[in-house]
Design a protein around this ligand. Sequence first.
Ligand SMILES: [Zn+2]
Length: 405
Amino acid sequence: MKNKKQKIIIGLVGLSACGKGTVAQYFKKKYNANTHKFSIILRDILNRLYYKIDRTSLQTLSTILRTNFGEDVLAKVIARDVKNDKNKIIVVDGIRRMDDIKYLKKLDHFLLFKIIVKPKIRYKRLVQRNENLGDTKKTYKEFLDDEKKEADLKIPLVMQKAKYAIDNNGSFKELHKQISHNVERITHNVMRSTLCVPRYMIFGPQGSGKGTQAKVLSAKLNIPHISTGSIFREQIKKQTALGKKIKNIVRQGKLISDIITNKVLKKRLSAKDCRAGFILDGYPRNLTQAKFLDKLINTTLALEIWISDEEAVKRISQRRICVKCEKIYHLKFNPPKTDGICDLCNSKLSVRKDDEKDAVKKRLRAYHSQTALLINYYKKRKVYKKINGMLSIKEVSKKIYKMIE
Ligand SMILES: [Zn+2]
């Protein structure tokens, strides 16, 4: 689906040599973030003029630009660059003034981080780094005086506005540990809920081909296809405690409760392979499950594969199952090599009790009553889409690809 590309913008503010660049690099490496830096604009211009780059020239140019083109001229440039940036995580380094965050704040998920380091440590790092001309010869007093100049004067004020703090008084290792413990947690939560991760669910009546489409899509997007039905079957096969419980419920002809289903699903979604997205098939089945799912993740697409009831009955009536190995065939879409005989074990094929006309009709009625509620629910969340499932598997797949592009 054509989702608005949402992103996380991390602003870094701190006094000189506090390690903003190091933090930015960490985000770059760890999250594939893109970085934007206020001073790059000034450096670009000075470079083009073949002018030496030092603190004075940078500040002079900044003043010239701001007095002639508006206090927020650089802020506008950066905000525009960030807005055009297609990356999901963007770091803006070198925020100094309240104007600098004026436009960034209006963009999606702007998080301001302040970096705190004692002056003595910053001074030592500045001399060692020697980024600008004359840094090595600077005395501690000169270094402190620099911070009283216009360019740095407002930094403490902006730092007060920062919601998040990073203490960078220690080693790299300590810094990284801190970021991964705190910063990562914060951004991860934002990412989990907002970024365009494909968290799809496919629903449709039996015979709609939703399982097939889910499989195709899962392979194409390289994300897991999660069917609560197959998880249950697997548990039964493995004879786990849960499997035994489920087997009993099914044997009694009862439905597996929402509590069990939700628990199983929650566990499956917490697995590592779901981080980049997933496709749910056969879940949620009702409003209770949908609401439960909403507490875990934000669904980005609820896709209904629609077919008429007549078509559903027709398709299911052509289903055959091997009486011995339970392999499923379809007379039209997946016929056995020999009529009425299983390819695998040469046993006879028959119609499942569940697939008899009356049973199918009964199931369809139940499906419609539950689904109507789900459709409304996801329509309100603006993630509902409907696709015509009466076409061939290939054509339906094509339509789905187009939708999610
Ligand atoms: Zn068989």
